[in-house]
Write a protein of this length. Structure first.
Length: 188
């Protein structure tokens, strides 16, 4: 009898401790907005050639325009402190050239993605820290100069996604990433 009572008391203590360590989920609309911000952020980091640059050489003028658009899109979902300088600089343009090389001349034209891992680490109200992973799909095609259109489309979905820790804060009514910890162990 004493052993049963001790086991029940122990189970109650463990249950309370586990319940107390769980982080409250944000309202569904906020969580959806945070997931969109993380997905948009991750996809914007990937090299892609916008439609207006198909068939054009990426000389200094188009490169500056491309980089400006890239930075603006990142700023829609992240604050300055949430964007690594390396992601908004000339290395982004170099990654486009590398991707074209890896695709044997095809253009990376779009990226799609979905959150495949989501864990709230801490937070409430207007600030949350979450661990998440976005599985990405690359879409490519070859530019046909004579037809002035893309041909031979293809796609590839990556089988794994790297888990990162994101700090998200509500800024002027929108969820923005304010910090990203990239060096976490494990992937989804």
């Amino acid at each position: 009898m004493i052993a049963v009572a001790a086991a029940i008391a122990f189970a109650a203590v463990v249950s309370t401790a586990v319940r107390g360590s769980e982080q409250p989920a944000p309202p569904a609309g906020d969580e959806a907005a945070m997931r969109r911000a993380i997905t948009t952020y991750e996809l914007e980091l990937e090299p892609a050639v916008p439609q207006k640059f198909y068939g054009r050489q990426l000389t200094i003028g188009p490169c500056i325009a491309l980089l400006k658009t890239h930075v603006q899109r990142l700023q829609e979902v992240a604050t300055s402190s949430g964007v690594y300088p390396i992601d908004a600089g000339w290395l982004y343009l170099a990654s486009i050239k590398r991707q074209i090389y890896e695709l044997h001349g095809a253009l990376p034209v779009a990226w799609d993605g979905k959150v495949v891992s989501w864990d709230i680490v801490e937070g409430s109200g207007d600030r949350y820290v979450v661990r998440a992973a976005v599985q990405q799909t690359l879409r490519w095609a070859t530019w046909n100069a004579k037809k002035k259109q893309l041909v031979h489309p293809g796609s590839f979905t990556y089988s794994s996604a790297t888990t990162k820790e994101y700090t998200l804060e509500r800024v002027n009514g929108s969820w923005k990433i304010t910090k990203v910890a990239r060096d976490l162990n494990g992937s989804a």
